[in-house]
Write a new protein. Sequence first.
Length: 137
Amino acid sequence: MTRTTILLAGVGMLSWGVWAMFAELATRTLEPEVAMVISYVAGVTVAVGYIVSQGLSPTLSGSGVGYAIAGGLFSGVGAISYYAALQHGSAAIATTVTALYFVVAAILGVVFLGESVGVRDVAAIALAVGAVALLST
């Protein structure tokens, strides 16, 4: 792993942690789907601003666009579910349970993308699942 990878991942972790707090606050006065749309519009604005500021000229390939659309559909379902969970319960529980998405991603990566998972990876995933189970009870 490079320092840049860890730095960027750390920024993502902190940003998503702060996002979860604001999502919880938003669902106190907004319907979950409305809060999600507003949040995602703000996120898209940041992404478009980044593309423009970098002077990037994105190319759109057929398969990449299709995968991005499929990912967006699943992201939308997950986000609405997450925001609804926030509205009905604790941010600590909703966030920790939905944070297990990486387990699903790891399994799908092995089954469909031919990625390998070693004993250390399996142990790390098991410990993370155990930690989430303890946090959410």
